[in-house]
Design a protein around this ligand. Structure first.
Ligand code: CO
Length: 157
């Protein structure tokens, strides 16, 4: 395993669209293991393969110290909305509000090619949306907004 270098947002590589994974083989497992180690070494809640220089539709998220791997993820359903301040390991700029669905249902494959479906809400939903955007070359700084008046942001200290 190895900690990989994180591509900064100033590099146009992050704007490329990632390609679907076809082979669930050792190359994928090594990528996922390295991504986990890289995320452990950095203060983030998620990391996509494009951020370590690999254009594959793969990301991991870290929720309550549990890492979940997503290969070829697809958001198939969304519900509600929320505004939270997002940051990104590739973007060395202040956190900004982004509008996201409050709940998302996502299908993806694990590292062995087994398909699963997950419905998540709140911060986990934000993470999944943020990382899915990375796979299409989209960054949170493209989507910053001001929450509607009267919207109450829960303080997260
Ligand atoms: Co990011």
């Amino acid at each position: 395993m190895a900690i990989r270098e994180i591509v900064p947002h100033t590099d146009n590589f992050l704007r490329k669209k990632s390609k679907s994974v076809k082979k669930f083989d050792e190359t994928l497992w090594e990528l996922l293991d390295d991504m986990k180690e890289t995320l452990n070494a950095n203060p983030g809640a998620g990391l996509s393969a494009v951020q370590v220089g690999v254009l594959k539709r793969v990301f991991i998220i870290d929720i309550n110290n549990m890492q979940i791997e997503f290969v070829n993820p697809e958001i198939i359903k969304t519900k509600g909305e929320q505004y939270k301040k997002e940051g990104c390991l590739s973007v060395k700029l202040p956190f900004e509000f982004v509008r996201r669905p409050f709940e998302v249902t996502v299908t993806a494959f694990d590292r062995y090619g087994n398909k699963f479906t997950l419905t998540c809400e709140d911060w986990t939903a934000v993470c999944i949306c943020h990382e899915t955007d990375h796979l299409d070359g989209v960054l949170y700084i493209d989507k910053t907004c001001t929450p509607p008046e009267g919207y109450e942001e829960e303080e997260d200290d």
